[in-house]
Write a protein that binds this ligand. Structure first.
Ligand SMILES: [Zn+2]
Length: 270
């Protein structure tokens, strides 16, 4: 019995070895993406109009993996291939409505229920991006808010780096994260100018926000409800609401007996 088994193991190894040595037929490289796309396994991309021009959205069954601008389809395909080491083909189908609504800033990221392929990122980076998905269009949050919300209040700089590396800007709205001092901060999809353009398109009024921050306004308190908020909580119209009290720090708001708003959570609840 033992001998038979050894023999069969030996034979299997021999077969495996000979298979390895067989010359392999290689499909022409340019054919691969199209074939993989047909069987639903490949990476494909849509071209979608956005407030910052046409963008390319790469996706596969694992989720959406990359969003970027490019001067041509060839440039985008090359950028994708050099980043992921595999080819990509154009998707002939129309992008789904929720993807278009996200790109247009009409939908909160976490409500779109999209899958993102973020396997290349660290757990920390994924946590930062997942948190950014919660910021509604028309609102902004400081970098320090994300850091605190994900349980790393001291990692503000690392939070900024994670957002700068966001492989799927616009869909995960890192443009809605700004500096506490009123500066808009960096943006991977074309720099601060595009960040401003996107925030304007979403109605967040970045110029107003900068002016407020420059004059030391960080929070608004609601006198009647005795709670305080980030200025954009509930949309910029909240700036005009009655019973408004201005605070320049959390400490000031808390000392005045105001509680952090449960929606925008401007401070940790004690
Ligand atoms: Zn609020």
């Amino acid at each position: 019995m033992k001998k038979t088994m050894n023999a069969s193991v030996h034979e299997t190894l021999e077969i495996a070895r000979s298979l390895k040595e067989l010359p392999r037929e290689r499909a022409p490289r340019s054919l691969l993406p199209a074939v993989l796309q047909k069987v639903g396994l490949g990476d494909t991309y849509w071209r979608i109009d956005s407030a910052v021009g046409e963008i390319y959205v790469a996706h596969s069954r694992a989720g959406i993996s990359m969003v970027s601008r490019a001067r041509s389809t060839r440039e985008f395909e090359k950028a994708f291939e050099s980043r992921f080491g595999r080819p990509i083909a154009s998707d002939r189908t129309r992008p789904p409505a929720n993807v278009k609504a996200l790109v247009a800033g009409r939908l909160r990221g976490k409500d779109a229920n999209l899958r993102f392929d973020l396997r290349d990122l660290s757990e920390f980076e994924r946590a930062v991006l997942r948190k950014a998905l919660e910021i509604p269009p028309g609102e902004v949050r400081p970098y320090s808010w994300i850091a605190r919300e994900i349980g790393h209040p001291d990692a503000v700089r690392a939070t900024g780096s994670a957002l700068a590396k966001n492989p799927v800007p616009l869909l995960i709205p890192c443009h809605r994260v700004v500096r506490t001092d009123g500066h808009l901060g960096n943006y991977s999809l074309g720099g601060p100018r595009n960040k401003r353009r996107l925030l304007e398109a979403e109605g967040a009024q970045p110029a107003t926000l900068e002016k407020l921050a420059a004059s030391g306004v960080r929070y608004f308190g609601n006198e009647a409800g005795r709670y305080f908020c980030f200025p954009t909580c509930g949309g910029i119209d909240s700036l005009l609401r009655e019973n408004r009290v201005i605070f320049s720090s959390q400490r000031e708001a808390l000392a005045a007996g105001f509680k952090p708003c449960a929606d925008c959570r401007p401070a940790a609840v004690a």
